[in-house]
Design a protein around this ligand. Structure first.
Ligand SMILES: [Zn+2]
Length: 310
């Protein structure tokens, strides 16, 4: 009897000990329970380039299904799947980022592109400590909707004190195209906009670089301060793996696919050779990194702390 009691007690004690965490979890009130809050990321990232401050702004992000309908249109599904798997990327969806950049040269606050809408760019600017009215110059790199969308909100200008700069070739191409977005966002600013060509400077240390192909007059911008360079490369390559590893893979949004591929190879070769960091408007936020050659293509290496040191 004694022995049996002991056995039962011992067994209960063992079972009870094993069961304790579960019992506690289900019967005690969870004072520290946190709500699920959803995916979150920072909205801005500010670095130094010489004496410039360069802030990338997350003006929007979205998940897009079936990425091979956009990237690698001329690759086989097997090749696309293989390249994606090697980079730990799914093939059924991709995440798109929309990343305008604001540069404080010490004399001017220059914003490059404006995201999908006024709310997105204003919110990201405010998160980074700027007000839209502080922007001195808005540079429009090209006139796709995700770059000009934030210029106004149903006709009300977002950047009330700014002047505007864009590429002459780009403006002229859209001028004749009767595009709704262009008419709503860019046309009203024509009088206030300075049209420039490749090689022209926006302000001291900011130079336009022709990167045609994505659109007829798409331009990148080279930043240079105290001997340091960074390329705001914008949409010359829109995916950090698919566009860099395979510059010749065709992209739905590239107007002239052969010219876009040639531009990709030219800029990627230059950045790899000269070790120039770049910001890609659609690269994973904060969108900043370096280019290495790999095989016949290139490889994206995200910036770590290279631009985060005084
Ligand atoms: Zn874009």
């Amino acid at each position: 009897m004694t022995r049996r009691t002991f056995n039962i007690t011992r067994r209960r004690a063992l079972m009870g000990a094993a069961a304790l965490p579960l019992t506690a979890a289900t019967t005690s009130p969870a004072f520290a329970a946190a709500e699920m809050m959803g995916i979150a990321t920072t909205r801005f990232n500010r670095v130094k380039l010489g004496s410039f401050e360069v802030t990338t702004l997350l003006a929007g992000t979205r998940t897009v299904p079936n990425p091979q309908s956009i990237f690698g249109m001329n690759a086989t599904p097997e090749e696309f799947a293989e390249v994606s798997a090697a980079a730990n990327l799914p093939t059924d969806k991709a995440q798109f980022f929309f990343t305008p950049t604001v540069v404080n040269t010490g004399e001017k606050l220059v914003l490059f592109d404006t995201g999908l809408n006024a709310g997105g760019i204003s919110g990201a600017l405010k998160a980074a400590g700027y007000e839209p009215e502080q922007i001195d110059t808005v540079v429009i790199t090209h006139m796709h909707g995700d770059h000009i969308g934030g210029l106004n909100d149903e006709g009300i200008p977002t950047f009330v004190n700014a002047d505007y700069v864009t590429g002459e070739t780009e403006f002229d191409a859209w001028d004749t195209a009767a595009n709704e977005g262009f008419e709503a966002k860019m046309r009203p600013l024509a009088e206030q906009t300075t049209m420039i060509k490749g090689g022209a400077s926006v302000t001291s240390g900011i130079t336009a670089v022709e990167a045609f192909g994505h659109t007829p007059g798409h331009m990148a911008y080279m930043l240079e301060s105290d001997g340091q360079q960074m390329l705001l490369a914008v949409d010359f390559a829109n995916h950090y793996v698919w566009s860099l590893a395979y510059p010749d893979w065709e992209v739905k949004f590239d107007r002239d696919k052969a010219q876009a591929a040639a531009t990709r190879r030219k800029l990627l070769s230059m950045m790899a050779a000269d070790k120039i960091p770049f910001v890609g408007y659609h690269m994973p936020f904060p969108g900043m990194g370096y280019v290495e050659t790999r095989g016949d293509g290139f490889h994206f290496v995200a910036s770590s702390y290279q631009q985060l040191m005084d």
